[in-house]
Design a protein around this ligand. Structure first.
Ligand SMILES: O=C(CO)COP(=O)(O)O
Length: 140
């Protein structure tokens, strides 16, 4: 599965701890992140992560583009609900696209833990079936 990992500045410590705790699950998936979040996670865990631009410089939009192209299966986004973000429109757009395309979106550590347990259990296998079907339809 393709998984996006994103954290606002005040949530980056949570993201580092989360990715260390769940690296045994994350390491069997393709990981993508906004720039700074990605750098911190790979430094802390050694996980291989594709890093996009930093969020305020367009990273959220790049992840949004993957969602719109049906290339993202899950988004884990530790939002800071108490600090205004200069790129708030990008943040809202990313979350909106998750709803447009029915992509599971966890916006805090508690929900993310449930997501990863579900992922380990195979709860998201419908995504692979859906993508295979869409690929076949695209080829016909
Ligand atoms: O701002 C962000 C998401 O909206 C996160 O970006 P960084 O990971 O580059 O700090």
């Amino acid at each position: 599965m393709n998984i996006a990992l994103i954290a606002h500045d005040k949530k980056k410590d949570d993201m580092i701890n989360f990715s260390i705790a769940y690296s045994h699950i994350l390491n069997s998936h393709q990981l993508f992140a906004t720039g700074t979040t990605g750098k911190l996670i790979s430094k802390a865990t050694g996980l291989n992560i594709h890093k996009f631009q930093s969020g305020p410089l367009g990273g959220d939009q790049q992840i949004g583009a993957m969602i719109a192209n049906n290339k993202m299966d899950m988004v884990i986004f530790f939002r800071d609900p108490l600090t205004a973000q200069p790129h708030e429109p990008d943040v809202s757009a990313l979350m909106r696209l998750c709803d447009v395309y029915q992509i599971p979106l966890a916006t805090n550590i508690a929900a993310s833990e449930i997501f990863l347990h579900g992922l380990e259990r195979g709860d998201l296998e419908w995504r692979e079936i859906l993508k295979e079907r869409q690929q076949k339809e695209g080829n016909n």
